[in-house]
Design a protein around this ligand. Sequence first.
Ligand code: ATP
Length: 370
Amino acid sequence: MADYIVLRNVTKKFNTKTLGDIVAVDNFNINVHEGECFSFLGPSGCGKSTTLRMIAGFEDLTEGEIELCGKLVSSSKKKLYVPPEDRGLGMVFQAFAVWPHMNVYENVAFPLRIKKMNKTDIDKKVMEALKHTSLTGLEKTFPGDLSGGQQQRIALARAIVTNPKVMLLDEPLSNLDPKLRESMRFEIKALQKKFNFTIIFVTHDQSEAMAISDRMMVCDMGKIMQIDTPENLYNKPVNRFVHNFLGESTFINVVVKDNKVYPKGNTNQAIKIAIPSDASNEMVVATRPNEIEISKNDTDGYKTHIESRTFLTDRIEYLVSVGNQLVKVQTPHRIKFDKNEECYIKFVSPMWYPADDEKEAMERAKRQVI
Ligand code: ATP
């Protein structure tokens, strides 16, 4: 499979007045394959938008180079910057809302008019793009008279009208209500199948990214944490950050002593789990709340009691104490415990990570202040 979007050692630094140099994007290496839907995912300030803006050509690179469809479009060494309009990209950016003073037809025709295409070709292409986005018949309507979903379809039609090979979608669904978001996701996937675009999708919403992506990049504080399929990111996170970012997590601070694992600050009862050979004295054990087995009589488990119980639509969520820490356990509705009831818990497939790093917490706080 050909690599359609390639980032090589891409770094972007910003010089800020108050905090000096910020490395917004630190040595990113990414290869997105032809026809792939690839998402950038991470908390605010992790560098998603800056990376997308560099691919689009709105931002230069401090270091590195970017190739699109086999053509070099940005290179810091060669001082090469192909302008955005010559990169052959379709874009739906949150900030690029539809133009309210133009009707639907003119909104979609706009990129073709810039290219000075003749009227007949414009008409053919616009009508085709409107057909694929279910907007036929609304040509003369102004965006203000349409729903949020329809307005977003105008933006999509405008992006596909130039027949791009690569689509950049930056939070394109964030203004829509949850039901509409879901159906627009399917529409985007259907369009991708039809035209075989390569998509980069930027979102804050992990379930949206999981549903739409072939692969995803999870980044944090300007660094790539992991690039993988949604399933692998969830099941085999490379570090605590990725574990916490995707899906629900429960973490327990533990100490390893005499080949036994105890909750930190309480050595009354050991947690019976296998200790990895490289474990140090203080570690964090991570698990998913729905992967903790809870029982009334399996005395092989860690003996504890129910601190609290919350009935949710699709599950019950219990908080149980492990030493001085509270651990979240989620079960189907049929597994019932009362508050204060005694129980035993077992960790099905726990993962181990190094103990908390205070320096990292400070760096995170600094970036989010900006
Ligand atoms: P969000 O999800 O909030 O949009 P993001 O992951 O897209 O966040 P970026 O917008 O790429 O993050 O920002 C990455 C870092 O670079 C942040 O610390 C941000 O404050 C900083 N940054 C981005 N643009 C600039 C700029 N023009 N000048 C100075 N710093 C900037």
